[in-house]
Design a protein around this ligand. Sequence first.
Ligand code: FAD
Length: 382
Amino acid sequence: MKAAYIKEEHEILRESLRKFLEKEAYPYFNEWEQDGLIPRSFWKKMGDLGYLCPWLGEEYGGFGADFGYSVVINEELEKVGTGLIGIGLHNDIVVPYIEQYGTAEQKKRWLPKCASGEIITAIAMTEPGAGSDLAGIKTSALRDGKDYIVNGEKTFITNGIQADLVLVVCKTDPKADPPHKGVSLLAVEKDTPGFTKGKKLNKIGLHSQDTAELIFEDARVPADNLIGKEGEGFYYLMKNLQQERLIVAIGGIAASERMLEITTQYVKERKAFGKSIASFQNTQFKLAELETEVEIGRTFLDRVVDSHIKGEDVVKEVSMAKWWVTDLTRKVAAECMHLHGGYGYMEEYEIARRYRDAPVSAIYAGSNEIMKQIIAKKMGLQ
Ligand SMILES: Cc1cc2nc3c(=O)[nH]c(=O)nc-3n(C[C@H](O)[C@H](O)[C@H](O)COP(=O)(O)OP(=O)(O)OC[C@H]3O[C@@H](n4cnc5c(N)ncnc54)[C@H](O)[C@@H]3O)c2cc1C
């Protein structure tokens, strides 16, 4: 079933992007997984062809694309591998903060380069001592004349190593009560004195996606780099995290569809006891059940995306889609790997990589427990 928001123009983009990825990404993806990095040259090629932030206005290098284009781009990148998630994060999670809350000067300075691939962005919320409890962050940004002096440490930051511009979630008023009222967003450029990138983190999956620690030691950041208003950062995050969670759910459903596709193919080819393992009722029922659940997830997700495009309040539904779809992704990964038998455990099989990559979708962008907490709150269960 095709989603209502997918029109002919979206399919045209899908077709051209797919061709581009077949030439420029699929053949190199395993190499990138080993290198632990997506090369900047690939980002640049994406930018040259208009696949970075196409939703930006023409004055900034986009073509005013609607969110349907973002869905298509994220799906096609996910089909290559979840390790490309950093591109979706740049396109649909980080750059929107600058576009929505930035000053005219900030937009002019950064947005065209975000669209061309010259600037890679990241968002730094999580700290060693605070992940789910976002208001509990300790990184401070205290005003000193025309600058902020930033101190603190961030961890698990996607695109951290390659980022040219990092939106740092910090406390401009560490004594604010309640604490979330002291949170602000500050854009920190890579060459800022006092800002260093820590080690590239060694993850069990998403090998090609760079994830890093970021350290701020009396980093002097111009006050002009404040995004939006002081003390409003938490509200911006609560608003924009909805799209971040949608992006993760879209990746989850695309990954699930891909895992079902490769497993269906595999069970038709693999023989045991003189017949194809697809002929066993257990295989058929398992795959039939997963196919059904993925279709249900896809249908609900498409409805939520549609409402998001229409500008409706979808906080509850996004939380539902994020936890339900990513839980399903984990289940599909485990079942599909199992149906591959011992080969599923071998690195050269795509399902092995997808099995390693799947669980993180239930952790980042707000863990699935936090999603359930939001739903319960929306239900009036305090
Ligand atoms: C590969 C990867 C990429 C990431 N990219 C980024 C990024 O780009 N930027 C960024 O800022 N962060 C990023 N993160 C961090 C991610 O968002 C956090 O890991 C996540 O929010 C969970 O926080 P935590 O790790 O501190 O876990 P914790 O908050 O310590 O949670 C640990 C466990 O306790 C559970 N838990 C916590 N609170 C509650 C509660 N109230 N009720 C019930 N259960 C609870 C959680 O669900 C989890 O299972 C990334 C993480 C990973 C692994």
